[in-house]
Write a protein that binds this ligand. Structure first.
Ligand code: SF4
Ligand code: SF4
Length: 357
């Protein structure tokens, strides 16, 4: 018999089906197998030895699932689905079975020196050189491995808008990417190493916040929006052509479904312009960590209804709170020719502080 899953987690599902309407892959296919309940049934069959772990149906559902955890907050039995999915991928994607496209990303993120070097090559050095001294609040800003490379302006904006938070230059990656892509133990080790420095950790990436909190405790982790609200008054609204900017928000799945943080970023945006709730803002944008790399067609299908709303709303800004969403939505908005500017919440706050758009 194969022991892959935490059996308490697995047995907590009462098969009620309340989670089905919240699941993006079930909404795409209408097929029970691609619903949370269907996937849990497959996991039970694997655990009971009725079906092989590498059966094509189990492999397909392990990969097709976005890992968005939208099925968790609606579940009356509190099934920790995200943890079950990590168990599944840990077993299915181990070693040589790991998808080729994500191996370079994981190899990059596990090497702190490489992450730091890449950040410096993005002219980030002047910023990271502030070192670990900080202001004495005991709170540090996590720079994030891919954010540092893809969106260095986000960490810079977060540091400028939270001046009392220290920015250690010797930090590595939190391991979220590893935990979600078949290297659970390594991902947890990386989170513990990052948290060796005492005090709270502020993160600008929802996926990292949720992973860190799960490993080192919620009391150690602050989302950027929470830290900003604690820090004091917000700047005046951003104006576009003399009127308050029309601003929408895209939730981060893990921030909302894993950490329960959805209101703080909205409170910030409401203070900085005319807030427009994007229908389906809580639904996954299809980025989902490595998903858009591994399953680009499905990723686009998941994103399509959101893009239809964005075309209709004609926003000035669409705010994101996770770098994966930022990359996905910048690409899609550009491709659709929309005038909406996609930016991270920290960049919007920095813009408001400067007093212009
Ligand atoms: S995961 Fe939760 S909501 Fe979904 S079927 Fe199981 S118990 Fe019901
Ligand atoms: S994590 Fe997301 S895609 Fe996967 S089963 Fe849950 S709701 Fe569906």
């Amino acid at each position: 018999m194969t022991h892959v899953f935490d059996t308490d987690d697995l047995s907590s599902c009462i098969a009620c089906g309340f989670c089905l309407p919240s699941c993006p892959t079930y909404r795409l296919t209408g097929d029970e197998a691609s619903s949370p309940r269907g996937r849990i049934a497959l996991m039970r069959a694997v655990e009971d030895g009725q079906i092989d772990l590498f059966d094509p149906a189990v492999l397909e559902q392990g990969s097709f699932c976005l890992g968005c955890r939208a099925c968790e907050p609606v579940c009356p039995a509190g099934v920790p689905y995200g943890s079950l999915l990590e168990d599944l991928r840990d077993a299915q994607w181990r070693g040589r079975r790991r998808p080729l496209r994500i191996r370079p990303l994981l190899a990059f993120a596990v090497r702190p020196w490489l992450v730091r070097l890449a950040g410096r090559l993005r002219r980030h050095a002047g910023f990271t050189a502030s070192g670990a001294a900080g202001s004495g609040t005991g709170t540090t800003l996590m720079l994030g491995c891919f954010e540092r490379v893809l969106f260095p302006g986000v960490s810079r904006a977060a540091a400028r808008t939270l001046p009392d938070v220290a920015v250690p230059s010797d930090q590595g990656c939190c391991g979220a990417l590893h935990a979600h892509n078949g290297e659970r133990e390594l991902g947890e080790r990386m989170a513990r190493r990052l948290a060796e420095r005492p005090g709270r950790i502020v993160s600008t990436a929802g996926g990292c916040s949720a992973h860190l909190a799960a490993v080192v405790g919620r009391d150690r982790v602050l989302d950027y929006s929470e830290a900003l609200l604690q820090a004091g008054p917000l700047p005046a609204p951003v104006l576009v052509h003399g009127r308050p900017a029309r601003i929408g928000l895209q939730d981060s799945c893990h921030l909302r479904n894993g950490l329960g943080v959805s209101e703080p970023p909205r409170r910030v945006v409401r203070a900085l312009g005319e807030y427009v709730e994007v229908p389906g803002a809580a639904d996954c944008c299809g980025a989902a960590g490595s998903y858009s790399l591994l399953r680009p067609h499905d990723s686009e299908q998941v994103l399509a209804p959101k893009m239809a709303e964005l075309v209709r709303l004609e926003l000035d800004f669409l705010v994101v709170v996770n770098p994966g969403c930022q990359r996905q939505l910048i690409t899609a908005v550009r491709r659709a020719g929309l005038r909406t500017r996609v930016l991270h919440l920290a960049e919007l706050v920095e813009l408001a502080q400067k007093g212009s758009s």
